[in-house]
Design a protein around this ligand. Structure first.
Ligand SMILES: Cc1cc2nc3c(=O)[nH]c(=O)nc-3n(C[C@H](O)[C@H](O)[C@H](O)COP(=O)(O)O)c2cc1C
Length: 329
């Protein structure tokens, strides 16, 4: 495990409703070194739920994936982890257990971040899962559950004792959801508390913030979530910055729109009902372009790949015209 995290790995963070295999494919092409699936319900897997099975589709260039599961029943989770290991073979790098999701529909059932409030059950889950599989088991959690009650360092120790091979820490309390800024000091405290690798997470948006997170916490790898939305290039940018200190130029509007078109094309090819998902990505791709608010409205009416393509091309053409007129004046 350590060998896989010892080169300052850049990881695409799991994001339900966002990091499907198509988005992961684009991020890997742009330099993401490890990817996580969206969180997958162990219970739903045990029922053979078709939609949940769909979350296990892999990208063609994905040679190493972490499957993230959630739940609160140690035996169900262990059994499904075993099934995943058998089914995905060499491609599965690790099973990650979600102990950080603050969403009500998850935590009200005792899953996700609610497990930070029940350390005994969290221990039993990690122990059961890590005993059931031969691949590494990792745990992703937050600074703590309740606001201003930091428990991450002890929780990380508990995870290590229960058999976890690495932990990932998002430096916000569950009760913060995504408000405020992530505390990176807690990641440093977790790093001091355990001897397994620690993945730092929260508010990395470019090369300098990635370097700062590594420097301030001595974490072994970093995980990027929202910074990759509409911006798969972030991995290349960070890699270059870490290696050379150079800030490479951002993609042009045309490059952005070409990526967006490809994204829509791949989603149409591989996902049944992809419109809601593509609208979300489309909004992120056009963010910051001139006329973005107009395109956002247009995406809501887009129902075919051709509709999306036309809007993206218009956005690129208009951005180029605006750019030309700025240069002329
Ligand atoms: C839309 C969305 C969905 C998310 N889904 C998951 C998830 O399925 N599992 C998980 O562990 N974290 C999930 N997260 C949390 C991210 O993995 C990450 O911890 C968080 O966004 C902080 O990192 P960032 O500042 O780089 O975005 C989600 C975050 C977002 C914004």
């Amino acid at each position: 495990m350590a060998s896989l995290f010892d080169a300052k790995k850049l990881i695409l963070a799991p994001q339900a409703g966002v990091t499907d295999h198509v988005f992961r494919q684009l991020c890997i092409e742009q330099g993401a070194q490890l990817t996580y699936t969206e969180m997958v319900s162990a219970k739903a897997l045990s029922y053979g739920n078709a939609k949940t099975q769909g979350l296990l589709s892999l990208a063609p260039n994905e040679t190493s994936v972490v499957v993230q599961i959630f739940g609160h029943e140690p035996q169900t989770m262990a059994q499904e982890a075993q099934m995943l290991e058998e089914r995905l073979g060499d491609t599965i790098f690790a099973i990650d257990i979600n102990m950080g999701c603050p969403a009500k529909k998850i935590s009200s059932k005792g899953d996700g971040a609610a497990l930070m409030k029940d350390p005994d059950l969290a221990f039993a889950i990690i122990k059961a899962v890590s005993s059931a599989v031969s691949i590494p088991v990792t745990v992703k959690f937050r600074r703590g559950f309740e606001l201003d009650h930091e428990t991450a360092p002890e929780f990380a120790q508990l995870a290590e004792q229960a058999g976890a091979s690495a932990v990932a820490v998002h430096g916000r309390y569950a009760q913060q959801f995504y408000r405020g800024s992530a505390c990176w000091d807690v990641i440093a405290r977790v790093k001091e508390a355990v001897s397994i690798p620690v993945v730092g997470n929260g508010d990395v948006v470019d090369g300098p913030s990635a370097k700062a997170l590594f420097d301030q916490t001595s974490c072994d790898a970093i995980m990027i979530g929202r910074g990759a939305q509409g911006n798969p290039w972030i991995f290349r940018e960070i890699q270059t910055y870490l290696a050379t200190g150079e800030i490479i130029s951002r993609p042009t509007p045309r490059e952005k729109m070409d990526m967006a078109i490809r994204h829509a094309y791949l989603l149409r090819e591989h996902e049944g009902n992809y419109l809601a998902r593509m609208r979300k990505h489309a909004m992120w791709y056009v963010a910051g372009l001139p006329g973005a608010s107009v395109y956002r409205r247009a995406f809501n009416d887009a129902v075919t790949f051709e509709d999306f393509k036309q809007i993206f091309n218009e956005a690129a053409n208009y951005a180029e015209k605006v750019q030309e007129s700025i240069q002329e004046s």
